[in-house]
Write a protein that binds this ligand. Structure first.
Ligand code: X90
Length: 273
């Protein structure tokens, strides 16, 4: 019996994959990234709120309670370069394995977030369905994550990322300019890398698609997560489908963590090469 567990930055909404919530907080309020999260409420509140705001990763206890009593656990965490979630998951792994001899936990540092984490989850399911053993699955999924799973993003604002030290102030400044879209990716070392700035969505979408192809996209799976940018997500999906008719493109909505950092109008694109 195995179980996949991911933190809520993955935006995974599957009954069989427990989502371990991160939290967003301001001086007045806290938003837990679980089924109680209401996107309209948080995004409109943050628009008028002018004070400090930030996020917090799950504790090792939070991870442990999601592990349940499975024999094999595959745990998928947001990039360790931007969050402590990977670290707390490692602590949970040590505890779980020492409390239950014979059980195994593997923690994947996704070096990414959003849809790329869901692609990793689906790869685990696919390899387990082929009957591969735990260690083989871990090894092959690590390789898949490194070579074949990618994340691009297109954001209107980097304000919350910059205010929380997740991107340099210089990178954030460009976003304050009117109608600019910042196109970037999760780098190979799991950091936010700005690739280009595009004026308006009309230019940003072809730019994104160009980077997808440069990074090896060839008609495989795509998961687009948006923060109140459904039209943008739909338009990108159409652009992808116009070139790759059989592409498997899905669209979902950002949970609290991705909404806080991607901000209104932002999209994340997890895809396979
Ligand atoms: O532990 C914590 O408090 C969580 C901090 C997370 C900070 C980054 C979240 C990024 C969310 C924004 C665009 C994608 C960037 C990808 C970089 C690897 C989404």
């Amino acid at each position: 019996m195995y179980r996949i567990v991911a933190d809520s930055s993955s935006n995974i909404k599957r009954a069989d994959i427990p989502s371990v919530p991160l939290t967003i907080s301001t001086d007045e309020k806290e938003f837990v990234d679980d089924e109680t999260y209401n996107g309209e409420e948080m995004v409109s509140y943050l628009k008028s709120y002018k004070g400090r705001s930030g996020s917090a990763c799950p504790s090792s206890e939070d991870w442990l309670s999601a592990f349940g009593d499975a024999e094999f656990i595959f745990c998928i965490a947001i990039t360790s370069h931007l969050s402590g979630a990977y670290n707390s998951a490692r602590i949970a792994k040590e505890e779980y394995e020492s409390e239950h001899p014979g059980r195994k936990v593997h923690v994947f540092d996704s070096l990414s977030t959003g849809g790329e984490m869901e692609l990793i989850a689906e790869k685990i399911d696919a390899l387990m369905a082929e009957g591969k053993d735990f260690d083989t699955v871990c090894r092959e999924v690590e390789e898949y994550a490194e070579k074949n799973a990618h994340l691009l993003f297109c954001l209107k604002s980097l304000t919350n990322l910059a205010n929380n030290g997740r991107v340099s102030g210089a990178a954030a400044k460009i976003s304050s300019l009117l109608n600019l879209r910042i196109v970037g990716r999760a780098s190979n070392v799991g950091e936010l890398e700005v690739l280009s700035k595009a004026r308006g969505e009309k230019n940003a979408l072809p730019e994104l698609f160009k980077y997808m192809k440069e990074m090896g996209y060839n008609g495989g799976k795509v998961i687009i997560s948006h923060c109140f940018a459904e039209n943008t997500a739909d338009a990108l999906k159409s652009l992808i489908l116009s070139a790759f008719h059989d592409a498997k493109v899905r669209i979902n909505t950002c949970g609290a963590l991705c909404s806080f950092y991607a901000e209104e109008g932002g999209i994340l694109i997890g895809f396979e090469s």
